[in-house]
Design a protein around this ligand. Structure first.
Ligand code: ATP
Ligand code: MG
Length: 421
């Protein structure tokens, strides 16, 4: 509250002067209580957007329209990113992809339409009264996601909320109430009426979260993944009784987590491309498996097939071409290193590896290293050492090339010889 006080007091005073109500709402209230407040402040107000815009223009550093038809005005004040939305009461046409929005008449009405109880709390300003009609603070203390009304009603109003449950589970590490899991399982197919872009945006947040495993498991266990990312549940191949092959689904979640650890170790911010490549790196496997006579399963090369499947899925989810190219090239290259053995590549082969990876080289290092996991610890350690060796050679070669590029074509002796001195 110390950090918030200056900004909310100034803004609250201005809205009060205009005879309007203002409250901090949703994410920032939840996050402030969890001690993880960022710089985004969402407010809800009785004021109509043009009034909000006028108030903000006399105070903020910059003001912009985030879609007046939805009643949201954006602003920046110092480090704070601010969004102020007029009270809403939503009604939905179940056949359409977008909620139709009507302005609401009270703060409580606005809170009622929100996705989860922990997101349905507001702090009124300047009164600083916590409005929590659905027991969000109790759920926050118990670290659980529940819907304000019945989950069935909430999810049929907006099926995207099922994706949001998985995203918040991954971001907050919260459990999901059993009633919510049941509704998600029963209603999973309703996600199909939601636009690919809205699904994609939640998926991105889920993958970038600290614990994506929690959200991904929920998607797979409820059957939602079969609609939004069917390649993932397809990795859970039936186990043969001798456990001759590893469970590719479990392996994939582990590789994703290793990639996240490496990302941090190597000093990178959370990176969607590396993480999504980790998630997709083995999706070619179900299509390239072969059953042996003794019942064991082997996989033929799955890199090119996997890259194609990845490309198709990302296109369906409306990712940008740049992201699609980056992720699919990582999937395509992730097996290349296994031909490296122990330093048997020529310099030309190492250079080709670098050239083919292009801008994705650092991410390829992360993905390939993350994939160096196997239940056999000694084998994993050996793979890691081999990759250390490859990275060292790449560094040496690029240093030599850099030197070569600044070295003059002739050295001093040659110049003296030519000039006869
Ligand atoms: P963050 O910004 O950290 O991702 P957030 O809680 O602010 O988390 P947003 O997606 O920015 O999440 O949404 C802001 C608030 O709007 C939420 O806290 C929630 O109260 C409400 N909200 C957003 N989308 C929906 C939805 N589809 N259905 C119901 N309420 C929603
Ligand atoms: Mg937000």
């Amino acid at each position: 509250l110390d950090r918030l006080a200056p900004v909310i007091d100034e803004l609250g005073a201005r809205f009060e002067q205009a005879g309007e109500e203002l409250a901090l709402v949703g994410g920032p209230v939840r996050d402030a209580m969890l001690g993880r407040l960022q710089n985004d402040l969402d407010f809800t107000t009785s004021a109509h957007p043009d009034v909000t815009e006028r108030i903000l223009k006399g105070w903020a550093d910059a003001v912009w329209d985030l879609g007046k038809e939805f009643g949201t005005i954006g602003a920046r004040k110092g480090d704070w990113q601010i969004e102020i939305t007029t009270w809403r009461s939503e009604s939905y046409d179940p056949s359409s992809r977008k909620p139709s929005v009507a302005y609401g008449t009270s703060l409580h009405g606005d809170l009622r339409r929100r996705d989860f109880t922990v997101n349905a709390m507001a702090l009124t300003i300047p009164g600083r009264q916590l409005e929590d009609p659905y027991g969000g603070i109790i759920d926050l203390a118990q670290r659980v996601l529940r819907t304000p009304g019945t989950p069935e009603e909430s999810f049929s109003d907006d099926p995207l909320r099922m994706m949001r449950a998985a995203r918040f589970a991954a971001q907050l590490g919260f459990a999901v109430d059993p009633s919510v899991v049941t509704a998600m399982t029963e209603m999973a197919e309703r996600i199909e009426i939601i636009s690919a872009e809205r699904v994609r945006d939640e998926l991105i947040k889920l993958v970038l979260a600290p614990q994506p495993r929690l959200g991904l498991r929920l998607l797979v266990d409820t059957g939602l993944a079969s609609y939004v990312l069917p390649e993932l549940p397809a990795l859970a191949l039936e186990r043969d009784e001798h456990h001759r092959h590893k469970d590719v689904y479990e392996h994939t979640l582990t590789v994703l987590e290793q990639a996240i650890d490496l990302e941090e170790e190597r000093g990178h911010a959370p990176d969607f491309v590396s993480r999504f490549a980790a998630l997709m790196h083995d999706v070619g496997k179900p299509r390239t498996r072969r059953f042996q006579d003794d019942g064991a399963v082997t996989f033929h090369h799955h890199d090119v097939v996997g890259a194609k499947i990845t490309r198709k899925r990302m296109q369906a989810l409306r990712f940008s071409n740049e992201q699609i190219d980056a992720v699919s090239s990582l999937v395509e290259l992730h097996l290349r290193f296994h031909g490296y053995g122990s330093g048997e590549w020529t310099d030309a082969a190492v250079r080709r590896y670098v050239r083919d990876a292009g801008d994705q080289l650092e991410r390829l290092h992360i993905l390939t290293r993350a994939d160096c996991t196997t239940r056999n610890q000694r084998k994993a350690a050996r793979l890691r050492r081999t990759y250390d060796d490859l990275e060292a050679r790449i560094a040496r070669l690029s240093e030599e090339e850099e030197l070569a590029s600044i070295r003059p074509d002739l050295d001093g002796n040659q110049i003296m010889e030519i000039l006869g001195i």
